[in-house]
Design a protein around this ligand. Structure first.
Ligand code: MN3
Length: 202
């Protein structure tokens, strides 16, 4: 069974003014859709067909560029849409808040570390908040459509929050001002979803 583009959980304009409708429409209907189509083409007729995307990424042959780029793109964007919402922002609560304080000192300190990882990722890529077995958190960044689930990626754990820093994610509205986009991203983070992912994957 082929992978399907997941339904966007809100309207294109739901995240305005932080992320504009035109960026959302192109990002979802062109970019994410393209990764999905190309992933399906890359695995069709191979032994990867029918496996979960997590299984494919965890066991990835990194020389398989089509699966690496499009499988990463499929997974990364699916996570990205799910960790944003129109009534997002603020700060996490409960055990995720406690884990963030343990790992980074405070929520404000985490925010600065996360924004720095995303701002300093050279070229295209993603910044991540990942959970390791036992519940420990870490922040890291990866290039292109790489993902912490992939083997030997210098970024460990299961991603529970990710931000896309490809120019296609922000250029229409923010041009070269990636830090402004990252500040705005914090206004739409769906912390209740991130908390759920933390509880499921810790
Ligand atoms: Mn993207």
């Amino acid at each position: 069974m082929a992978f399907e583009l997941p339904k966007l959980p809100y309207a294109y304009d739901a995240l305005e003014p932080h992320i504009d409708a035109r960026t959302m429409e192109i990002h979802y209907s062109k970019h994410h859709n393209g990764y999905t189509t190309k992933l399906n083409a890359a695995i069709e007729g191979t032994d990867l067909e029918g496996k979960t995307i997590e299984n494919i990424l965890i066991n990835l042959d990194k020389d398989n560029k089509a699966v690496r780029n499009n499988g990463g793109g499929f997974y990364n964007h699916s996570l990205f849409w799910s960790v944003m919402s129109a009534d997002g922002g603020g700060a996490p609560e409960g055990e995720l808040a406690a884990a963030i304080t343990t790992a980074f000192g405070s929520f404000e300190a985490f925010k600065e570390i996360f924004k720095k990882a995303a701002a300093t990722q050279f070229g295209s890529g993603w910044a991540w908040l990942c959970v390791l077995p036992g519940g420990k958190l870490e922040v890291c960044a990866t290039a292109n459509q790489d993902n912490p689930l992939m083997p030997n990626i210098a970024c460990e754990g299961t991603p529970i929050l990710g931000v896309d820093v490809w120019e296609h994610a922000y250029y229409l509205n923010y041009q070269n001002r990636r830090p402004d986009y990252l500040e705005a991203f914090f206004n739409v983070i769906n912390w209740s979803e991130v908390s759920k992912l933390y509880a499921t994957n810790k």
